[in-house]
Structure formats: C-alpha cells, structure tokens
Ligand binder design. Structure first.
Ligand code: SF4
Ligand code: SF4
Length: 97
C-alpha cells in the first residue's frame, strides 16, 4: 500500500489553477497510479466504495490510500469524487487514445 501524496501544499480554498498545477506536478513525478490532494479530500469514502477491484483503503486519517498492484487505472475513483480530490495517472483518455 502506498500512502498517497503526503504533501500538504493544497488546502481547501486554494484556487483551481493551483490544484491543477499541484496534480500535474504529481503526475509528472509518476510515482503512483493515484494521487490525492489531502487538503481537498473530505474523507467521504466514495472513491473507496466505488473502486471495482478494491484497490483503495483509507489511512488512519480517513484519506484514501492505494494498493498499487491491485489498481487497474480505470479512473472510477477520479470520476466519482465530488471534490476533485483524486486523480488517476495513465488513463487512456488522458493519453489521447
Ligand atoms: S483507478 Fe480504478 S482501480 Fe485504481 S484506485 Fe481508482 S477506482 Fe480503483
Ligand atoms: S471521493 Fe474524494 S473526497 Fe471522498 S474520500 Fe475519495 S478522494 Fe476524498
């Protein structure tokens, strides 16, 4: 299991452009299939519930963490998150395929 995005740079109320910049930087790093902006995540657990392969769990703070080997990069968690707090790398749509 990988602790997602330990950084706390993104806080609730930050501008959308800052959030996009933060996510793009994480995607550029490419160290995980899934990234969560902890400051934006409201710990609702929707992404965990909808993951079709149970690749997400929650840490002691309630924030999603991913089992990298189980994640199939389907994008469901990103689509279902009501707070735009989780982003999946490697999606075919993002690759223009
Ligand atoms: S991308 Fe799909 S498989 Fe991976 S954590 Fe999100 S919902 Fe689960
Ligand atoms: S659906 Fe979004 S806000 Fe809810 S736990 Fe997942 S990442 Fe956090």
């Amino acid at each position: 299991m990988v602790e997602l995005a330990q950084r706390e740079e993104i806080e609730y109320g930050d501008s959308p452009s800052k959030v996009i910049e933060w996510f793009n930087a994480r995607l550029e790093e490419g160290t995980s299939k899934v990234y969560v902006a902890r400051g934006w995540c409201k710990r609702c657990g929707i992404c965990v519930t909808f993951c079709p392969v149970k690749a997400l769990d929650r840490d002691s703070d309630g924030v999603p963490v991913v089992f990298e080997d189980a994640c199939i990069s389907c994008g469901t968690c990103e689509i279902m998150c009501p707070d735009y707090a989780i982003v999946v790398s490697g999606l075919k749509a993002k690759q223009g395929k």
